[in-house]
Every structure is written in structure tokens, then in C-alpha cells.
Design a protein around this ligand. Structure first.
Ligand SMILES: Cc1ncc(COP(=O)(O)O)c(C=O)c1O
Length: 403
């Protein structure tokens, strides 16, 4: 290509030779928090189990940040979704409208809770559920709706809650990818009946390698969440005796987290606002710069306001490039920019899920979205230079591979 610099995939010098900063989510504060647990239990002579003061402090810190309600730290995000669904006590075989792009754990939770997922489609230009397309999925068996705030962007919860209320649907928010993103100033997780957060090591705030939180505004549902997170125990009752299974309310598994994880969670949560601010700075700089370039790439729709960036999806116009979108993304990656060249999380493309779905579950908008986008990885250590390099790499590849 005349005038275009030689691309790194063709042997040219990459835009970014030095690796982008690693996140290193466990820092000095988390280290101190872990040592505080060990010290506390060494002094008390007890062993650090679960449900102790560090878990309580984490639940309280999370609830305070949400502004109200009840939180329960658990083992994983997928477990949190499962617990939420069990707490709603839906009739076996009920249909649940689910989003088109999400982690397999969320669909697995629906199926293993004895419910039937029904895929709805995405809003154009995003990975999020399209509230306008929900009505056609209603049947006499539809009892709930799962909303995922994908990539760090809150869904249109105003429209979704109007729809849910009109059709008496229970709502589970999966806020795993959007910790404390807001819709109309309200943090995600506050809109539905119950909410699930993954706090595994890649999420905006973490409680270690794996982790999760369930959340609700309702005390009754919180009690149901507690019971379903630990073998049916009514642990909120004053007279509850943990060693007396005759008091347990029903069958349940154990999805407990532990004291060390919760101490890490509290420390990580305390840094979350700074992390979100830094991530937003990177995302805003990339989006602003891309909007000024007349190229095939544009960021996902809606990247402004109260986002909590997890990844930054970049949409590519396939008609304007002379390779596939995946090859284009790989060329950007070769320039030294970490990314996922093809976001494979469009559930309608997974063979294993199909036999479990209710009826025809085509999601053409979501399929097109994942076919024509790639996801930039990001973390709170990315700053202006990383944004400049990202934009320069995209601009270079756009120029080199333009049709
Ligand atoms: C939206 C979403 N839901 C659920 C999960 C599952 O969480 P976990 O990996 O903690 O089980 C993830 C990813 O990890 C996710 O991104």
C-alpha cells in the first residue's frame, strides 16, 4: 500500500515494542489484607473459616457502595447467578429470557437450576440486550429475565424494568463485567430483584483468583440467597445452630467463599473508584481519537457516562477492509496491542447450548456484532501513552488493510 507503514504482521516494526502494562490486581493493600486475616486468626487461636468478620466487613462495604440492600460474598460468579435463580423459586421448567452474549457460566446456571433459557437479541452496535426485541420471546411459561451488562456498559434498565413489570417477570442482573457502572445514576444490580457479580481475577474488583457476590434490595430474597448459598441453612435466624441439619430449609450446595478472599475483596473494592476512573480515561481517549479518524473502526455504541470498562469492543466495517475482521484484529495485536481478535461469547453459536434452548433462538444482531468486532483488553494501568499507541496501531492497520 503506497504511503502505508509496513505492518508488524508483514515484518514491519510494531507500534508498541514494549509490553503494555500488566494489571497486577493484587497490590500492597491486598497483601496487607491477607496478613491481617492471618494475624487476626493467629491471635484468636481459631482457624479462618467462612462467615467470619472479614466476610461480614466485605458484605457491608459492598452494600454501602451500592447505597442500600444486602450482599453475600460467594465462591464464583457462575455460582452467584445460580443462587440468584434458585432464590427466586421459579416453577421447574420455567422459561428465562437470557441475553445473547455472555459467559457460559450464566447459561449453565439457568439450565442447572432446572429452567429453560430463551435467547433474546442484542441492541445494534452493542453486546447488550435489546429491550425492544423482548416481547416476542414471551410464552405462558416465561417467568424471568436475565440482564447482562456486557463489557462494562449498563443496559437500558429503564426500558427493561418497564417490560419486566408489565409481564410480571423476575429480573436477575448479571453485573459481573460492569461493577458499579450506572444507569441514570443508579449502580447496576440495584434494578432487578437479585444481582450476581463475578469477582474472579480479571474483573474490575476481585476477591482473589475466583469469587462472586449475590445482592438484593429485599431482605426476604437475601435470606433465600443465603440459604441457597449454603445447604439450605437459615443462617440469619438468631437461634440457628449450624450443627443441627434438622433446622435446614431444603437441599442446597455449598458455594461459600472464605475469610482470606473476602479480605482481598474489601481491599480491592476500596480501590475500585480509582480503577474505574483510570479505565474510563483510557477508553475515552481511544474513543475520542477514533471518532476523528475516517477509518473502518468505531467503538461500541454508548461508551460515555457511567461506564465501568471491562473490555473495549471495537466494531469494524467489513466492507471497508480487504481481510476478515479477525485477520484485521490480529494485525492490530501484532502491533503490540493486547486484544481478543474474535469475541466468541455469542451463545447462539455454541453447539452444546442448542438442545437446552426454548424454541428458535436466532440472534442475528449479536452474531453480526461478534463477527464484526474485536475486544481490546484494558486495565487501570493503561494511561495516555497506551491510548495513543492503541489508536496509532488501529490507524496504521486501517491504512494498511483498507479496501
Ligand atoms: C457476565 C459474566 N457472567 C458470569 C461469569 C462467570 O463468573 P465466574 O467466572 O466467576 O464463575 C462471567 C465471567 O467470569 C461473566 O463475565
Amino acid at each position: 500500500m503506497t504511503g502505508a507503514a509496513r505492518l508488524a504482521i508483514d515484518g514491519g516494526a510494531p507500534v508498541r515494542a514494549e509490553p503494555m502494562p500488566m494489571r497486577q490486581a493484587l497490590g500492597a493493600d491486598e497483601r496487607k489484607a491477607v496478613l491481617a486475616v492471618l494475624d487476626h486468626y493467629a491471635e484468636s487461636g481459631a482457624d479462618p473459616g467462612y462467615g467470619g468478620p472479614f466476610e461480614q466487613a466485605y458484605a457491608e462495604a459492598f452494600t454501602r457502595k451500592m447505597g442500600a440492600g444486602f450482599a453475600d460474598p460467594v465462591a464464583t460468579g457462575s455460582a452467584a447467578v445460580f443462587i440468584c435463580l434458585k432464590a427466586l423459586d421459579l416453577p421447574a421448567g420455567s422459561e428465562v429470557i437470557v441475553p445473547p452474549i455472555c459467559d457460559p457460566g450464566t447459561y449453565g446456571a439457568v439450565i442447572l437450576a432446572g429452567l429453560v433459557p430463551c435467547l433474546a437479541d442484542a441492541a445494534p452496535g452493542t453486546y447488550n440486550l435489546d429491550p425492544a426485541g423482548l416481547e416476542k420471546h414471551l410464552t405462558g411459561r416465561t417467568k424471568a429475565l436475565i440482564v447482562v451488562h456486557a463489557a462494562g456498559l449498563a443496559c437500558d434498565m429503564t426500558s427493561i424494568m418497564i417490560f419486566a413489570k408489565a409481564h410480571s417477570l423476575q429480573v436477575v442482573e448479571d453485573a459481573s463485567q460492569a461493577h458499579f457502572a450506572r444507569h441514570d445514576g443508579v449502580p447496576v444490580g440495584r434494578f432487578g430483584d437479585v444481582a450476581a457479580f463475578s469477582t474472579m481475577y480479571r474483573k474490575a474488583h476481585i476477591s482473589g483468583g475466583s469469587g462472586g457476590i449475590t445482592y438484593t434490595i429485599s431482605e426476604t430474597l437475601w435470606q433465600a440467597l443465603l440459604a441457597h448459598s449454603d445447604r439450605g441453612k437459615p443462617s440469619w435466624r438468631e437461634d440457628f445452630d449450624d450443627r443441627d441439619p434438622t433446622q435446614f430449609l431444603g437441599p442446597g450446595l455449598n458455594f461459600h467463599t472464605d475469610e482470606i478472599s473476602c479480605a482481598i475483596g474489601t481491599a480491592s473494592l476500596a480501590r475500585l473508584d480509582d480503577s474505574i476512573r483510570a479505565r474510563r480515561g483510557y477508553v475515552t481517549a481511544v474513543c475520542d481519537a477514533l471518532s476523528k479518524i475516517d477509518g473502518p473502526c468505531r467503538p461500541m455504541t454508548g461508551w460515555d457516562g457511567d461506564i465501568s470498562p471491562f473490555i473495549l469492543p471495537i466494531f469494524v466495517d467489513p466492507d471497508r477492509i480487504r481481510v476478515t475482521v479477525k485477520d484485521f484484529a490480529n494485525a492490530v495485536r501484532a502491533e503490540g496491542i493486547p486484544l481478543n481478535p474474535h469475541y466468541e461469547y455469542c451463545a447462539s453459536t455454541w453447539p452444546w447450548l442448542r438442545p437446552h434452548l426454548a424454541g428458535p433462538c436466532a440472534t442475528p444482531v449479536a452474531e453480526r456484532a461478534t463477527e464484526t468486532s474485536f475486544a481490546l483488553y484494558l486495565n487501570e494501568r493503561y494511561a495516555a501513552r497506551e491510548a495513543d499507541d492503541t489508536v496509532e496501531a488501529i490507524a496504521k492497520v486501517s491504512k494498511g488493510l483498507v479496501r
